[in-house]
Design a protein around this ligand. Sequence first.
Ligand code: NAD
Length: 420
Amino acid sequence: MLATAIAEKNAYAVALENFDLAANALELEENIRAMIKYPERILTVSIPVRMDTGKVVRFEGYRVQHSTQRGPAKGGIRYHPNVTIDEVKALATWMTWKCAVVNIPYGGGKGGITCNPKEMSQGELERMTRRYASAILPIIGPSKDIPAPDVYTTPQIMAWIMDTYSMNLGYPVTGVVTGKPIALGGSLGRNEATARGCFYTTRGSLEHLNIPLQGARVVVQGFGNAGSIAAILFHEAGGKVIACSDTRGCICNANGLDIPAVVEFKKATGSVAGFPGADWLKPEELLALDCEVLIPAALENAITEENAAAVHARIVAEAANGPVTPEADRIFDQQGIFLIPDILCNAGGVTVSYFEWVQDENHLFWDENDVNAKLEKIMVRSFNDVLKIHLDKRVNMRLAANMLGVSRVAEACRLRGLYP
Ligand code: NAD
């Protein structure tokens, strides 16, 4: 693991702190706070898996439904050695505000298994996934809670969950998960959606700050689904991606990396490390590069009070969930760095997941241009909604986005009249 990896900061504490800041700014009544702040349902499951050696290993898995005030719970499933119940609670909480910011009819949920998928065979992964799906089956479903991919989970893994659920019900239920393969009711454009949303909101931020996109220097931490596709989009739009990284290394070229070649290199070797025609960097040097746009697209707590002052970007676009801590936010405010908060910046993924679910439930599929056009409309509108609060209320973009998300959930709660 690289040195910048995760400082020990409890993501759930960050999620609660950000909620309190938004609730205070909105002067939200205590009764509503009590109703919407904490997860509605938390499930921990034991997942015994027969490994290829014949030995049975027990994994622990989670599914958290933070909110169903505005619709069914919605959120990804993460397979990672650092998954904890608090991390899943934090990610579920962020999903609630995120779905409300882009105004799609979902609450928030998240799931995860503490495991190292990189060390597991396909057979082991499939058995673990199916057992996990069975264990959480009573609380998921197209009208209850709809999982999706997150870190180290794939369309294939979603297909296994869909199949396990359908086998139990006795008929195909494609709408139980999103991020599925296209052949099983997946949506065109879903794979690129998170990165597209990041691109649209960053483009809006560049315009707002009067910085040309042409030639804008972009740095990407984390070259997975979100990060690598964001790099391609900026490259295609005339930006200059000068550095990127994954768990094995960071590469840099001040004249701009040949991103399609980096993508091919990573496909062939499993990493960006060793890409010819680029210099090596230390992880802390990558985050400190002079650039117009820094995109943390790996995991939580990449930028903390320890390294925030070293950041020399005009815009930080949070493609990852929770990469910048509240202390780092305050340092960015002092430095005049414009932050696009995660619940806005990476909301393109859940938005196209919503489109996928709508298509599945209606058995009618859209072409890719349709998906992308609808996504762009929602992302541009949501960016402008948050920017307006930022400017009108003179609060930073994180607080503005949280205020928008929390106020919409509070309004739903008030209208439902769910007081005890
Ligand atoms: P992914 O598994 O496809 O990619 C993660 C990448 O980050 C990998 O390349 C990995 O090597 C790299 N990485 C991990 N730790 C790193 C470190 N310390 N330094 C540098 N690189 C590191 O995952 P993803 O789907 O792209 O998700 C990345 C982030 O985006 C997560 O926070 C996730 O919650 C968020 N996100 C993803 C989606 C989506 O649709 N995929 C949607 C919303 C948010």
